[in-house]
Design a binder for this molecule. Sequence first.
Ligand code: G6P
Ligand code: ZN
Length: 542
Amino acid sequence: MTKTISTKPFDGQKPGTSGLRKKVPVFSQPHYAENFIQSVFDSLEDYKGKTLVIGGDGRYLNREVIQTAIKMAAANGFGKVMVGQGGILSTPAASNMIRKYQAFGGIILSASHNPGGPDEDFGIKYNTANGGPAPERITDAIYERTKLIDRYRISEADDVPLDEIGSYHVDDMEVEVFDPVTDYAALMEELFDFEAIRSTIAGGFRIAFDAMSAVTGPYAREILENRLGAPEGSVRNFVPLEDFGGHHPDPNLVHAKALYDEVMSEDGPDFGAASDGDGDRNMVVGKGIFITPSDSLAILAANAHLAPAYKVGLAGIARSMPTSQAADRVAEKLGIGAYETPTGWKFFGNLLDAGKATLCGEESFGTGSNHVREKDGLWAVLLWLNILAVRGESAFDIVKKHWAEYGRNYYSRHDYEGIETDAANGLMGALRDKLSTLPGTTFGDLTVKEADDFAYHDPVDGSVSKNQGVRIMFETGSRVVFRLSGTGTSGATLRVYLEHFEPDPARHEDDTQETLATLIAYAEHIAGIRERTGRDAPTVIT
Ligand code: G6P
Ligand code: ZN
């Protein structure tokens, strides 16, 4: 039986970089999640009788909202819902399910790398039939709908037994509870040379994978330990917890420091990796070397032909604007397209669908390919392992050789978290106002060549996305980028991205922060960070 419930709009249900993200107490308000889910359905056309994939990263509220979404899908006329067992589905696995089973779309419940728990973050994201995050055209329509919504529809049926694999019914709609790992693991086995990786591991190559008590645990155990033979214990923190064990499930040098320290130690493993809350991010560390996400993209692109899925070569490489330009150098050498998009994986969707790009990556620890339409943490780890196995060299040597061949893009991101929204907007506004005066000005030995507010012209559908971040480019090829984070749930975060290109191999062993010191000083000076935010240092440096 279906009920129609009257409701009133909530302010601020605007999807950000990656769906609607709010604190749990906000999401737990009566009708809050329902309003958003109904607004999603109201913004779609011709879905009656079709299939919807639903799953999440297991965080606090996951199960409740999944039951609600299933009942609302039934009441709104979907033909079938496919839901991961226990409500678990990593973001890349959800993308794969949508594609593989030709679903109409999917609802992913996650706040990615943000902490979970009763006072932490929750999120809802809608993905379309290509398996990718809904484009702005749809997220804008959803937001418009949230402002007007006055009713939603929901079934009065009982909860679905999420822990039992099987087929159920909610009114007339079928619900299939499936194992969330099987199809994803099969896809990975198709893409990569598992035989080569297995024999490298059997030969004593040691890997440590930190699932950060988040969604990738079951996937990593099945793939790395069961299928590739890594000894038990190679995957740690593998049980998805509602609060991620009280940690911040963000694989970077701050939140995955223990893993980093271990891999850097003398008797540590040969290779370390970690993934985030919903399994789409990755951090990779080779013994003796942290590999920045920007370098990782470039090196994976230069070596992708060593994996079966990419042996015919790449169509093109896409990176988000603040990501370092290292990948562009690889694209140039390979004679393939290089694309620069705004921050946010959704901007890669058209390039992948149109066959213009094969590999994509972002400085925010995201790497992926045309195998799904999300970034994919375990995929990146497996591509690295495939390359390491075939080349028979250490990650350290592979990175050093890459720099020697292409030059090194020294790169760092400085984050100023939790600053006042007005101060952050004021800072960006003031920067934008002075952009036209910057070219030709100098600071130390830096001369500004160009400065702009990045706008993206999508080469596939012709859409234009403006105000995507302030870029200041110097004569030397160095660059500073300023943008405000689009994924936070309180206050504002200013991100400053710093990049310096060094062709000379004799200067490839320098300290990153020292190498970037002049750029850092320039960034603080030109944006007036200290005066405007009251901060004299970033909160996080990656
Ligand atoms: C999410 C998106 C990424 C994006 C990142 C940026 O993880 O999926 O595509 O790069 O957010 O976050 P920010 O906080 O910088 O807006
Ligand atoms: Zn994520």
